[in-house]
Design a protein around this ligand. Structure first.
Ligand code: DC
Length: 685
């Protein structure tokens, strides 16, 4: 997940490959409960691992369900053995359900019907979320539920029900507060329908019908065929009994899929691929937002689908403008608004009044941000009309404000395919965490662009000038990858000496070949592994530095490391530190920094660094070593250390690391095309 103040997306060109989307939250928790109530074992694939599913799993375990493995393991299904519609007499438990409404409501209903002795609690916020309408409906049936805190809210105490007065009359439930109440009843009442029909009647307008549709579809998979009488009455037929379907796949969230469907429609195909394949959701999806596929087809997308997958590629290009009533796909329709930037003519999205009362006023937000990119936008109370920039030259580089709205952040990432080749800045990218924490990583994994468009910041300089620390912090502030090229030379020195090779020019070819055979890994927590062995500490010693300096003078060794270094240039960008990043490896880098510092300062800094790591150090020796390395690195014939002609010089003798980092970020900001006043990391700190 990107936790930076902003994320700059370089201009993107093509897309291709496969994305596996995470399971939907609301489907995950429904499936877990249904599996728990059923007879038999259900093997659940692609269950979402989130706070909400974790509390549900823990609760079900407390009730005696066998869950294997006990926690969600990536790539592995989870097997839930159900209770077969009844709990052992006298089952008692206190269930802590965090802030998971998708666990609290349905579990309350199911346990109130099953009976026992249960306390239902959650975090303080959960105790502010209403549950009174559901409790009222359950009490009318004969369930025993008491409020342990404020009436109408959890925590709750559930006891033994008395169904002796249960009549054949319909059970009323309000439909206009939360569709979760109806879902909870729909999942609990089949337990009571063994010998009679049970009818639920919705009072008031039923909101969020697509969610009820999901509940009904899942009930059917577990053997319960509810009769839906025009969304007003739901009849659970007598003789209903929960039966495990054996295997079940949790669909991915169809709204999350919309960004990748749009991506396939907008981007040219990456060579060797056949568009974008989306795993986790197919056209037979039970989610309403899947109808987004139809909308994209009418804009020109080429979409194929099968069970649990979609394959999307560019069809008509430019896209065709549409005029669409989007009431049935409110969330995914935001993605259409960005697709409209690539359409010929004006796209009109209507019946979207609900956008105004979502995470933010989405009509206003979309209009403002689309205009920043150069589009002409007309907005009304319940519609939006988008006309793309008239020509490539009319596009503008926008810094997209995201209003703490995950969907604004995700859909505007698609603007990076603009024909003007401009980058797009997404402010506060971590707002995507609400539904898709790794959205940008997933996007980058299926997008491509010319290497020259992936920005590189080079930070070259002498040993101990602080470039490693500065580079790491600049990379962190921008969300960029990091290349510590010195580590590659240090590893080379290490593997050569371990192999018993003298570090002499005569051995250069052998050392280069040996290095090419090693399996290197650079982990996210900045460890370096060689053939699985952690050498992070071994390559940091002064001797390792001296050996690195020796092998780095051999042209054969340098040549062997070039491709490895180029491979670090990946989306969204790279910060590379070393000696020849700006001169040899990335000569086209848009920012090159050349760091210097007096030998005295650097020796002192290195001394402190070594001591803090618990390594032994001697000032005089360090001073002499640094001078010797400087001399070798600057005087060697192959790629000697020297500032690139267009490098910015930064003397880091006296200043702090923070000042140097800020200076580099300022130089970087000055090179960006975004309008003044856009967020910079400095401004947010
Ligand atoms: O940055 P460092 O101290 O880890 O580098 C170790 C040695 O590797 C350095 O003395 C010279 C060499 N080196 C190089 O020649 N080219 C680079 N790009 C990086 C390091």
């Amino acid at each position: 997940m990107f936790r930076t103040a902003f994320l700059d997306l370089p201009p993107l060109a093509t897309a291709g490959g496969t994305v596996h989307l995470p399971g939907s939250k609301s489907i995950s928790n429904r499936v877990l409960l249904l599996a728990a109530l059923s007879q038999g074992t259900t093997t659940i694939h692609d269950l979402l691992d989130s706070d909400d599913t974790r509390v549900m799993l823990a609760g079900l375990q407390q009730l005696g369900c066998r869950i294997q493995p006990a926690a969600v393991t990536p790539g592995q299904p989870i097997a839930v053995t159900g209770i077969g519609g009844q709990l052992p007499a006298g089952t008692a438990a206190t269930l802590f359900l965090g802030n998971a409404g998708t666990a609290m409501r349905p579990l309350t209903a199911a346990l109130a019907v099953l009976g026992g002795n249960f306390e239902m609690t959650g975090v303080p916020r959960m105790h502010e979320r209403p549950i009174g309408d559901l409790v009222d409906a359950l009490r009318q049936l004969g369930c025993s539920i008491d409020y342990l805190g404020n009436p109408g809210f959890p925590p709750l105490q559930i006891g033994q029900p008395d169904f002796s007065q249960l009549s054949t009359q319909a059970i009323p439930v309000r439909g206009d507060v939360s569709s979760q109440f109806l879902t909870a009843l729909l999942m609990a009442l089949p337990l009571l329908a063994t010998d009679r029909d049970i009818t639920i009647e919705v009072v008031g307008e039923l909101i969020s019908k697509p969610y009820i549709h999901i509940t009904l579809a899942l009930l059917a998979r577990f053997g319960i065929a509810v009769k839906n009488e025009d969304w007003q009455r739901f009849v659970i037929p007598a003789g209903s009994r929960y039966q495990s379907p054996g295997d079940i796949h949790v669909e991915a969230d169809a709204s999350s899929a919309s960004y990748f469907i749009a991506l396939g429609a907008i981007a040219a195909n990456t060579a060797g691929h056949n568009g974008v394949k989306i795993l986790g959701v197919g056209q037979d999806s039970i989610q309403g937002d899947i109808r987004f596929v139809e909308a994209t087809r009418s804009m020109g997308a080429q979409v194929d689908s099968g069970p649990n997958w979609l394959q999307v590629s560019r069809g008509a290009w430019p896209l065709k403008a549409i005029d669409l009533d989007c009431n049935h796909i409110p969330d995914a329709a935001m993605t259409l608004a960005v697709m409209a930037l690539y359409a010929e003519g004006t796209t009109r999205l209507t019946n979207i009044a609900s956008w105004r009362v979502k995470e933010t006023d989405r009509i206003a937000a979309m209009a403002t941000e689309l205009r920043k990119l150069g589009a002409t936008v007309e907005e009304g109370a319940d519609y939006i009309c988008i006309t793309p920039p008239a020509a490539a030259a009319a596009w503008k580089a926008g810094s997209i404000h995201t209003y703490d709205d995950h969907r604004v952040a995700m859909c505007f990432s698609l603007a990076a395919f603009n024909p003007a080749g401009l980058p797009v800045r997404i402010e506060d990218p971590q707002c995507v965490a609400k539904t898709f924490p790794d959205y940008f990583e997933a996007l980058f994994s299926v997008c491509d662009t010319a290497n020259a468009r992936i920005p590189v910041i080079c930070i070259d300089g002498t040993s101990g000038s602080g470039k490693g620390t500065i580079a790491a912090q600049v990379a962190e502030a921008l969300g960029y990858h990091l290349l510590d090229s010195g580590a590659l030379y240090r590893i080379t020195g290490l593997v050569a000496t371990r192999a018993g090779l003298a570090l002499e020019a005569a051995n250069a070819e052998r050392i280069a070949t040996l290095m090419a055979e090693q399996r290197l890994e650079f982990t996210a927590d900045q460890r370096v592994l060689v053939n699985g062995e952690d050498v992070s500490l071994a390559i940091r010693s002064e001797t390792a530095g001296m050996h690195a300096s020796q092998v780095s003078a051999f042209p054969a060794v340098r040549a062997a490391l070039v491709d490895m270094q180029h491979a670090f240039r990946a989306l969204p960008g790279l910060v590379a530190d070393g000696r020849d990043m700006g001169t040899e490896i990335f000569p086209d880098a848009p920012l090159k920094v050349y760091l210097t510092a007096s030998v005295q300062c650097r020796a002192e800094r290195r001394y402190k660094q070594l001591i803090s790591k618990g390594l032994s150090a001697n000032m005089d020796a360090l001073f002499a070593d640094l001078e010797a390395r400087d001399a070798r690195d600057t005087q060697r014939a192959a790629a000697p250390l020297k500032p690139a002609e267009d490098a910015m010089r930064l003397d880091n003798s006296c200043g702090t690391i923070d000042e140097a980092v800020q200076q580099v970020l300022n130089w970087w900001a000055q090179r960006q095309p975004f309008a003044q006043g856009a967020t910079t990391p400095g401004a947010s700190q």
